[in-house]
Design a protein around this ligand. Structure first.
Ligand code: PHB
Length: 399
């Protein structure tokens, strides 16, 4: 089997890349280890930056998002018993869209199949070969049979635990990592929204977040032990923890409902440099992880494949290799800014074991500053709605 671009991993990065390439007349094959059902039911975050939502609209993927997604013009920060709003639209002219990542994945799968895309479910990539040649290969297994895909380029979009990143020789990559001593306990609840816009809250008992999926389903999280298990948390314990952390001085609290899903989300910051090796290009979680506090994960994946599809378009259209050569450099600038923002939001909003009362007072002072200074609020807002995507390196960047 031969294709131009072999894409390992059918999450948002791999699927969107395949879609963008198709629009440029560039053929690709996506190898996804999970079944379609498993892929489409994985619950992840749900905040789309304005640029992400715009790209989905512009490339014909916005129909359901436009109908079922909710545009939010602000977010709330809650601390010291009070709640302050950051007006994203007023501060930046932009907004965010609440629409679950698995809904984006469903839209992408449906569209790829409709367009006759080659999407192989249950195809487990085993190894990548000849990455430093012009004819790399991906070996994979599917339904008990071994297969091989030869191609012009391999794109590793197979998540943090995939094989692609590890296929770059150790001497040719550097990894930067920070682990956090906590996780997020996430629940999906059948209830009407208790708030119009998201609430990020810091409390002595730890962080919590009130988000939404639809008028009927709400998404909430609270900081927990990273090794905690869903079984340790019967529903009434969850509700008393959320009420303890979220009830405000004026008596507002979250609305209870039937809990239909519980999971523990790990928290880490991670970047591999560079994001390319020979004819292998990494995209999304395969190359970088952010803690979910900044709501950047999927948006970074989308930004990567925008840059990559543009570089591949230049390669196939005009034989130009400059943008491909600078893919990693172009992406990493944005990646590190999102890493900084996600780390900063995480540090400001979580309880750190062993931190003293001074540390907690500093967090409150920071939240007070961010919600009372227009410049500080604008800085948060412009990062939250998404920094502009540069599809080629900034002028003056040394090669
Ligand atoms: C979510 O709705 O799942 C969500 C929202 C905001 C975040 C993280 C997750 O920062």
């Amino acid at each position: 089997m031969h294709t131009r671009v072999a894409i390992v991993g059918g999450g948002p990065a791999g699927l969107l890349l395949s879609h963008l390439l198709h629009r440029e007349g560039i053929e690709s094959v996506v190898l996804e280890s999970r079944s379609r059902e498993e892929l489409e039911s994985e619950i992840r975050a749900g905040v789309l930056e304005q640029g992400t939502a715009d790209l989905l609209q512009e490339t014909g993927l916005g129909e359901r998002m436009g109908r079922d997604g909710a545009v939010h013009h602000g977010i709330n920060l809650q601390f010291g018993g009070r709640r302050e709003r950051i007006d994203l639209r007023e501060l930046t002219g932009k907004s965010v869209t609440l629409y679950g990542q698995h809904e984006v994945v469903k839209d992408l799968v449906a569209r790829r199949l409709e367009d006759g895309g080659h999407l192989l479910f249950g195809a487990e990539a085993g190894s990548l070969h000849d990455l430093d040649s012009e004819r790399p290969r991906v070996r994979f297994s599917r339904g008990g049979e071994e297969g091989e895909l030869s191609c012009d380029f391999v794109v590793g979009a197979d998540s943090f635990r995939g094989i692609s990143r590890l296929s770059i020789p150790q001497r040719a990559r550097a990894e930067y990592e920070r682990k956090y001593p906590f996780g997020w306990f996430g629940i999906l609840v059948e209830a009407p929204p208790a708030t119009e816009e998201l609430i990020y809250a810091l409390h002595e008992r730890g962080f919590s977040l009130v988000s939404t999926r639809s008028p009927e389903i709400q998404r909430m999280y609270f900081q927990c032990d990273p090794n905690d298990a869903a079984d340790n948390w019967p529903d009434d314990r969850i509700w008393s923890e959320l009420h303890a952390r979220l009830t405000t001085d004026d008596g507002w609290s979250v609305t209870e409902g039937r809990i239909i899903q519980k999971n523990v989300v790990g928290m880490r910051s991670f970047v591999v440099e560079p994001m390319q090796y020979g004819r292998l290009f990494l995209a999304g979680d395969a190359a970088h992880i952010v803690p979910p506090t900044g709501a950047k994960g999927m948006n970074l994946a989308v930004a990567d494949v925008r840059v990559l599809s543009e570089a591949l378009r230049e390669f196939y259209g005009a034989g130009r290799t400059e943008s491909l050569a600078r893919y990693s450099e172009t992406c990493l600038r944005r990646v590190w800014r999102a890493e900084r923002f996600s780390w900063w939001m995480t540090s400001m909003l979580h309880r750190f074991d062993g931190a003293d009362a001074f540390g907690h007072r500093l967090q409150l002072a920071e939240l007070d500053y961010v919600t009372s200074s227009r410049s500080a609020a604008a800085s948060l807002a412009e990062n939250y709605v998404g920094l502009p995507v540069e599809v080629s390196p900034a002028a003056g960047t040394p090669v």
